[in-house]
Design a protein around this ligand. Structure first.
Ligand code: HPA
Length: 267
């Protein structure tokens, strides 16, 4: 708790008491969304007390404060993954901080492997629910100031926000898929048998992030909205063409940015 409060205090001092309404976590390859933000402050993780520092290439470690569609936002450019060796408390530390800064909802994005065989590379999947196969970040003494010992996980991914996203996507001609995100530790990608297993237990996409952050946000009663960019199809026979995957990822990132921007405007 002390660590979290210390980080909050330092951020408030460095940002002239900026009060973000929406928190955003940008996944692998999705940092381009920052171009949609009218940036007011940019804080490097290394300058925030107690904040872990990202190690993965392609993940910049910055907290960005600014406005999108007239709303104040804080965006994490670079997140922390369990497979990097962080504890689950470290992985979810920034979510606690953003919640204490006052965000009223959390938008999360990630790159994920498609399990649902009707998905194509480059599809955007609205996360409707998740299956957690990572250690639970709430294990340990409950911080009752934040939330209950046994948090409810109904409406984990807010129906209300998802409905708005669907309406915006129709208007903007953005194709959406919907499905269940399976959160794994990684860092290995799945074997064919594992992709089949995740399909059998009800998964539509699989990735190595998002679930811990959402659990902690829900512990604090923060409504969540999550989008996966499908970067590969686990059960497809075809080996992905690397260049095509990158191109599809970039195009999907642009669509995701448009969806996030319009959604934030209309929140
Ligand atoms: N599995 C797990 N994580 C991923 C994948 C995958 O196939 N693709 C992108 N992130």
């Amino acid at each position: 708790m002390e660590h979290i409060l210390e980080a909050c205090k330092a951020i408030q001092e460095a940002t002239n008491n900026f009060k973000p309404e929406v928190g955003i976590i940008l996944g692998t390859g999705l940092g381009g969304f920052v171009d949609s933000i009218d940036v007011e402050y940019r804080l490097e993780y290394k300058d925030i007390p107690n904040m872990p520092v990202s190690t993965v290439e392609g993940h910049k470690g910055c907290l960005i404060f600014g406005t999108v569609g007239g709303k104040k936002v804080v965006a994490m450019q670079g997140r922390f993954h369990y497979y990097e060796g962080y504890t689950m408390k470290q992985v979810t530390f920034p979510v606690r901080v953003m919640a204490l800064l006052g965000i009223r909802c959390l938008f999360v994005s990630n790159a994920a492997g498609g399990i649902n065989t009707s998905f194509c590379v480059g599809d955007l999947m609205i996360i409707t629910d998740h299956i957690n196969l990572l250690p639970n970040p709430l294990i340990g003494p409950n911080m009752a100031e934040f939330g209950p010992r046994f948090p409810d996980m109904h409406d984990c991914y807010s129906h209300a926000i998802r409905n708005k996203a669907t309406a915006i996507a129709e208007r903007e001609h953005i194709k959406l898929q919907y499905g269940v995100y399976v959160g794994t530790t990684g860092p290995t990608f799945e074997t064919q048998a594992e992709y089949r297993y995740f399909k059998a237990i009800g998964g539509d996409a699989v990735g190595m992030s998002t679930v811990p952050e959402v659990i902690v946000a829900r512990h604090m009663s923060v409504p969540c909205f999550g989008v996966s960019v499908i970067t590969n199809c686990g059960l497809s026979d075809e080996k992905g063409d690397h260049e095509d995957v990158q191109l599809q990822g970039k195009k999907a990132g642009e669509r995701m940015s448009r969806l996030f921007t319009e959604l934030i405007r209309e929140l």
